[in-house]
Design a binder for this molecule. Structure first.
Ligand code: F6R
Length: 633
């Protein structure tokens, strides 16, 4: 594939930016380009008979870069014999064999698959005695110097703005040392450690100075949960409370971003402030929504001076402010519908969905067994009550999110009720009582998956669809028994294609979450998009429209909404009840995130907040709204 770092655009466009930054459509292509830069550097050094000294990072961000380097080694003969590596950091204390150690990470993602010399690999040692740490860290610095310094440093960025494990407050001149980890950093790592209480509180990390001395620095950021910190690092002031901002002082640093991570940069969020003028309908809508928020006014109350005073006068060259207001108002107004499957016998030119066929076949894809009701429970309920044939396909088993104590409870109930099953259960019950890592046990995972299936059936029965319209796909990429998943494969795509081909839906609903690029929702979406590409030539697909909903975490920006389905207070309660049937996901759920609200509370807060936004912007006053964006394939 022929892709490269794009030019950052006209100088004007990037005038708020203090670090060279490039934006790619997705993290996969961005990773390929970073891998190309690294491989060119290695080959260049080889030609000169020199070693190439790489500073390497761990975490979710560099995984695709390493995958591509491994591919280049296997398929294109890229050799790593002249490569010397220094990793940024390691938890402390931490054994090298621990699956959460960065030693383990580097081996499985890179070192085990390439021809690097073992003696050329350096990763901070999480087993050194505390009293020896200072001397050990000095030695680490010396080794980097002895190799001639870092030629290239690969970085990720934490939501605290950390680079390596240099947390807020780190010193500009800091070197390799033992540090204390920020709460947010530990919370972000809690999934792999099965709880924040198991995440080490300290780590050994290269310092800011160690990193700054690298001749070239590339920092990757994927997903919109990084977008705020990325904007501050690139556009804000240099601030030790945001260590990545120190890179503003480096002469050869590039931030490589995917679209979601870049969404808070001025050139993306409000490009009209940078002198940009390539207006299209979507951008105009974005500008009006932004102006409403900025001025606190509803659409039809925006005045000519509001446009003039907020860098939007250019819009007025082609249309009056009143017509611009009206265009956006009508667009939003038309998106609102109580008929998500189309309104029978109506003129559908100004409605989000077609009226025909009156009874549609609908296929809702739900990444985990509960995203359907959490994200679009009200719309699901309406589709069923309006007589459509609604199917739900749960893409993954969601088995790792069931706690041991829940599995134990079900086994104990079976044991007390059916003594004949006792033998195998007794053994499992003992294991469950004693072993916290039991989720790796295949049988326990199967039981956990079955529990989630039955909870889902309780919810779909409540909404009113027959069991044979509920499909449990158990996509193989998910079935690892750990938080780390396998990459998606052809097998996953085929399973999705099969169910679409079998049902031949007029409507598909799917989770359009891009928040976490390696998260299950994004992988499930990518698999669906691959399958749609494969199937789009089939005649039944000509009649199929795809609607994307957002999961528990984010909402569509208002100007991107193509369909908004209002809910009555009674429907809000029905949705709540449907979510309640997913009992293992209530109260202390395994993967809560840094939001302590239960899923039903988050869903209600979000549906209420978007209804308020509609009201503030001048639309009707609803108690709750679910929103969708149409995907054209
Ligand atoms: C990893 C490291 C960290 C990560 C950062 C982002 O070696 O030093 O700074 O790069 O926490 O992590 P991910 O990529 O998982 O979002």
């Amino acid at each position: 594939m022929n892709i490269s770092y794009k030019s950052p655009g006209a100088l004007e466009e990037t005038r708020f930016e203090k670090i060279h930054s490039v934006i790619f459509d997705d993290s996969r292509n961005a990773s390929l380009v970073i891998a190309q830069e690294i491989s060119s550097l290695i080959r260049n050094k080889q030609e000169k008979n020199k070693n190439c000294v790489l500073g390497l990072a761990t975490g979710s961000s560099p995984i695709s870069v390493y995958q591509e380097l491994v591919r280049m080694h296997k398929e294109e003969g890229l050799s790593f014999k002249n490569v010397v590596t220094f990793n940024l950091d390691e938890y402390y204390p931490m054994s090298k064999e621990d699956i959460n150690s960065y030693h383990y990470f580097m081996n499985i993602h890179l070192f085990d698959h390439i021809d690097i010399k073992k003696e050329n690999i350096h990763i901070p040692d999480g087993t050194v005695k505390k009293e020896d740490i200072n001397a050990y860290c000095d030695e680490y610095e010396k080794r980097i110097l002895n190799e001639g310094g870092l030629d290239f440093q690969l970085l990720g960025i934490g939501r605290t703005g950390h680079i390596g494990f240099n947390e807020p407050g780190s010193n500009y001149g800091s070197l390799t040392r033992l540090v204390h980890l920020d709460y947010l950093t530990r919370n972000d790592a809690r999934k792999s450690f099965f709880g924040i209480e198991n995440v080490p509180t300290t780590a050994i990390t290269m310092g800011i100075r160690t990193i700054r001395k690298s001749k070239r620095i590339v920092l990757m950021a994927w997903g919109n949960n990084k977008s705020l910190v990325v904007q501050k690092a690139i556009e804000g002031r240099i601030d030790s409370n945001l260590p990545a901002s120190f890179l503003q002082n480096h002469k050869n640093a590039t931030f490589v971003l995917d679209q979601s991570a870049s969404e808070n940069l001025t050139r993306i969020k409000s490009p009209w402030r940078t002198g940009f003028s390539k207006w299209n309908d979507e951008l105009k809508a974005k500008a009006v929504a932004w102006l409403c928020e900025k001025t606190g006014k509803s659409i039809l109350n925006l005045t000519e001076s509001d446009y003039n005073e907020n860098n939007l006068s250019e819009l007025l060259l082609y249309k009056s402010y009143y017509d611009i207001n009206l265009d956006f108002y009508k667009r939003l107004h038309r998106a609102i519908t109580g008929w998500p499957g189309g309104k029978p016998d109506s003129d559908d030119k100004v409605r989000p969905e077609r009226s025909m066929p009156i009874k549609k076949r609908v296929l809702i894809f739900s990444p985990h067994p509960d995203d359907d009701v959490i994200s679009m429970g009200g719309t699901f309920d309406r589709l069923v009550s309006q007589g459509h044939e609604v199917h739900v396909a749960y893409q993954t088993s969601g088995n790792i999110a069931v706690s041991n104590s829940d599995v134990l409870k079900f086994l104990e109930v079976i044991n007390s009720t059916f003594p004949d099953c006792k033998c195998e259960n007794d053994e499992l019950i003992e294991l469950l009582k004693n072993n916290t890592d039991i989720i790796n046990h295949l049988r326990v995972r199967e039981i956990a998956g079955t529990i989630r299936e039955k909870e889902s059936l309780a919810a779909t029965r409540f909404i009113g669809i027959p069991d044979n319209q509920v499909h449990f796909l158990k996509l193989p990429f998910y079935e690892t028994g750990t938080v780390k998943k396998n990459p998606a494969s052809e097998k996953d795509v085929n399973i999705i294609s099969e169910i679409i081909t079998k049902i031949k839906p007029h409507q598909i609903y799917a989770a359009g979450d891009l928040a976490d690029p390696h998260g299950t929702h994004k992988v499930c979406l990518d698999i669906l998009l691959d399958s749609l590409q494969k199937l789009k030539v089939k005649s039944f697909m000509k009649n199929c429209w795809v609607w994307l909903y957002r999961g528990a975490w984010h909402e569509w920006p208002i100007h991107e909404i193509d369909m908004a389905v209002p809910m009555s207070p009674n429907q809000v309660l029905r949705k709540r009840k449907a979510i309640f049937y997913h009992q293992t996901q209530k109260d202390n759920v395994m993967f809560q995130g840094d939001d302590n609200r239960e899923f039903w509370v988050r869903a209600e807060d979000r549906n209420r907040a978007i209804a308020k936004k509609f009201r503030d912007i001048g639309m009707s006053d609803y108690s709750a709204i679910e929103t969708f964006k149409r995907h054209h394939f």
